[in-house]
Design a protein around this ligand. Structure first.
Ligand code: PHE
Length: 448
């Protein structure tokens, strides 16, 4: 029988929880504030929300349609739906992108492990910005800590996959993510009541229209794709596990809402606190890794909140990393007949080896630079802003123009059982709005 070795999720909540677990991660709490800070705050937020509203749900749905229709991995899905064409190359590009993301995502995941250890010994909180900076720089310049933490993180991910306990993790994250949300809300209150919080709040919420340019738009587009895990096969792979009865549109809406809520609250915490502490919005990683320990330093019960927060952040990033692994592993198992365990071990080994170079590029003495940027920043930018967005464009073109309309409608309506105006709207967006919007953004960028 086909597909016997495919992981199956028992209920709709199972897949949605997994897909939401993939979406919510470092992209929301770490990357979103950094990219927003580099792009003028409020102006970025506005463009981000517009892109999310118009494209986010439809792109998730488009990937779900491909995955569920074909019930295969990212490459196999295109092969099955468009045999003897070049379309499987889109899936293959997704597998490569997943690999590239693993290498730098795991660097930051590793930092969360380091911060957990230091939270245990309580030598991370403080009120002195120089000390916080020194702490963070000591970590990225250490000759062993970031590498060990990164490798441990990747190994933990692989062990979870080999033991086949992802579903357990996802079940667990249904309890843990609401706890993360509660902690974020507590942090939000603390941040907003700091002296001098107003400046950061204005920076994040008040759009300065003069700041909107092509870079802001491309960065926002890339951040939407990165944050929702779209444009590189994750949602195709997870879509292949969704039951035929489930409503794809409402699932995608739930995922977008969860994801955006976490990113928005993260911004509402980070900017007011950072600016109150004298950290500039363009401080990069320090924006998060310095601001939060300082915020915990100013809280009653800061020790516990700090520890719990970093544990939950690590869990949120592990569920994202699992989904990245899943793209590669499902591909190797189904297209190259690897055993799941071997596929996972191979992915683990290559990720650790390549990941070390990426982490090394952040060391102050490193010469691992491409186009003047560290390997880390280069991979981060090129995957989110180009690979994922162009991947997403090809996905909507495939669903809107290559797949048979009857098949697409059948998936959208779950075999004709769900009829709603939303389905027609989503179909319209997939076919016309999304491709045109993405193409316009790129053409403007090229002409710039
Ligand atoms: N969306 C994840 C996050 O926000 C990152 C991710 C990207 C995961 C692509 C899977 C695929 O952290």
């Amino acid at each position: 029988m086909e597909n016997t070795n495919r992981e199956k999720f028992g209920s709709k909540v199972g897949v949605i929880a997994a897909a939401a677990g993939s979406a919510v991660g470092l992209g929301n709490i770490y990357r979103f504030p950094i990219v927003a800070g580099n792009n003028g705050g409020g102006a970025f937020l506005l463009i981000y929300l517009l892109i999310l509203l118009f494209l986010g749900v439809s792109l998730i749905v488009a990937e779900f349609i491909i995955g569920r229709r074909a019930a295969k991995n990212a490459v196999g899905s295109f092969k099955k739906l468009a045999p003897k064409t070049a379309w499987p190359a889109v899936g293959f590009a997704g597998v490569v992108t997943a690999f590239a993301i693993i290498t730098f995502y795991s660097t930051v995941s590793g930092w969360t492990l380091d911060y957990i250890c230091r939270s245990v010994f309580d030598n991370i909180r403080g009120d002195n910005l120089e000390a916080m900076n020194a702490n963070f720089n000591a970590l990225i310049n250490s000759s062993w800590r970031p590498y060990l933490c990164q490798a441990l993180f990747i190994i933990m991910t692989a062990v979870i996959i080999i033991l086949g306990v992802q579903k357990g993790i996802e079940k667990g994250s249904k309890i843990m993510m609401p706890i993360l949300l509660v902690i974020l809300l507590i942090l939000l209150v603390r941040s907003l009541t700091l002296n001098g919080a107003g400046e950061g709040l204005t920076f994040f919420l008040k759009p300065d229209f003069s700041k909107i340019n092509e870079k802001v738009i491309i960065d926002a587009l890339g951040q939407v794709f990165f944050s929702l895990s779209i444009g590189m096969g994750t949602m195709i792979t997870y879509g292949s596990y969704i039951s035929k009865k489930d409503n794809l549109v409402s699932s995608a809406v739930s995922i977008c809402i969860c994801d955006t809520m976490v990113a928005f609250i993260a911004g509402m915490i980070i900017f007011p606190a950072a600016m109150a502490f004298g950290i500039t919005p363009t401080a990069g990683p320090g924006l998060v890794f310095n601001t939060l320990p300082m915020l915990f330093g100013q809280m009653h019960g800061g020790y516990f909140f700090c520890l719990i927060f970093f544990v939950l952040l690590a869990i949120a990033s592990i569920t994202s990393l699992i989904s990245l692994f899943e793209v590669v592993v499902a591909y190797l198992v189904e297209e190259h007949h690897f055993r799941r365990r071997n596929a996972t071990l191979l992915t683990l080994t290559v990720s650790i080896v390549l990941g070390i170079f990426v982490t090394m590029s952040l060391n102050e003495h490193s010469t691992l630079k491409i186009c003047g940027e560290t390997l880390f920043d280069f991979l981060d930018m090129i995957t989110a802003n180009y690979f994922m967005t162009i991947g997403g464009l090809l996905v909507v073109l495939f669903v809107g123009w290559k797949m048979k309309k009857a098949d697409t409608i059948d998936e959208l309506s779950s075999g004709g059982t769900i009829r709603s105006l939303f389905n027609d709207l989503v179909y319209f967006v997939i076919k016309y709005v999304a491709p045109i919007a993405i193409i316009i953004i790129f053409v403007k960028k090229i002409l710039d």
